[in-house]
Write a protein that binds this ligand. Structure first.
Ligand SMILES: Nc1ncnc2c1ncn2[C@@H]1O[C@H](COP(=O)(O)OP(=O)(O)OP(=O)(O)O)[C@@H](O)[C@H]1O
Ligand SMILES: [Mg+2]
Length: 225
């Protein structure tokens, strides 16, 4: 198996005080091209897991190899570089910059890429917005967009750099069911084009669409099916 994510005995402690052991001896392998859902109750460690997977937080014990690279031993700058090339994020609350237009928000995902000129960044951002059906909103600010449109901007931002891994934390949590379905279809199109997708969800219907489900409970993971 060609593992994109290979995690062994991974632990994560929020330093506190008081320290919180949020992940305990997690073992997880995700192959390139998989579509995996992480489910589990509030506080079980799902977002912590996503932050560690996405190199936003550094695990405190165990091993995490991303595409074969040991990410723990990397310097912050190396991790930022790897993250900007390899990982796209979609969050429940969209996390767009309020004073940037849609295309500026998308182009920010390419800021850490070397060798891409500002005009090419803009072209690629506009093309990504076209792919999610927002050609007419490229100059709109987030406050001028609906929730579903904001999430589509976030999806454009997540995929503009063509990352290997797409990490989604409750991507449909703030959307009505019809809009949620469209957002999931877009995520699934990216999966069909070869991206590996990990989606965190409370929603059974969202989890059911993934090809594999993993439960997070009290900081530990277990395969469901
Ligand atoms: N910044 C932090 N500092 C200290 N403890 C934290 C911090 N963030 C989360 N925790 C704790 O870590 C544990 C896991 O939290 P996490 O946010 O990963 O849960 P979750 O599964 O995403 O929950 P939810 O479904 O509510 O989003 C919880 O006990 C939480 O209180
Ligand atoms: Mg969470």
């Amino acid at each position: 198996m060609n593992a994109l994510i290979a995690i062994t005995d991974l632990g994560f402690v929020y330093p506190g005080p008081p320290p919180v052991e949020a992940l305990i001896s997690v073992n997880l392998t995700v192959a390139t091209g998989e579509y995996v859902a992480l489910v589990g109750p509030s506080g079980s460690g799902k977002s912590t897991m996503l932050n560690v997977l996405g190199l936003l937080d550094r695990h405190t014990s165990g091993d995490y190899l991303l595409a074969g690279s040991d990410v723990l031993s990397m310097r912050d700058a190396e991790r930022t570089e790897l993250r900007s090339h390899s990982i796209g994020f979609v969050f429940q609350a969209f996390h767009l910059m309020p004073h940037r237009t849609a295309w500026e928000n998308v182009s920010l995902a390419l800021m850490y890429r070397k060798g891409i000129s500002p005009s090419v960044r803009r072209e690629r951002a506009v093309a990504a917005l076209e792919r999610v059906g927002l050609r007419d909103k490229v100059n709109a600010y987030p406050t001028q967009l609906s929730g579903g449109q904001r999430q589509r901007v976030a999806i454009a931002r997540a995929c503009v750099g063509d990352p290997a891994l797409l990490l989604c934390d409750e991507p449909t949590g703030n959307l009505d069911s019809e809009t949620a379905t469209r957002v999931l279809e877009m995520i699934e199109e990216l999966h069909a084009q070869g991206q590996t997708v990990v989606v965190i969800t409370h929603d059974e219907a969202v989890a059911a669409r993934a090809h594999r489900r993993i439960r997070v409970r009290d900081g530990r993971t277990e395969e469901i099916d």
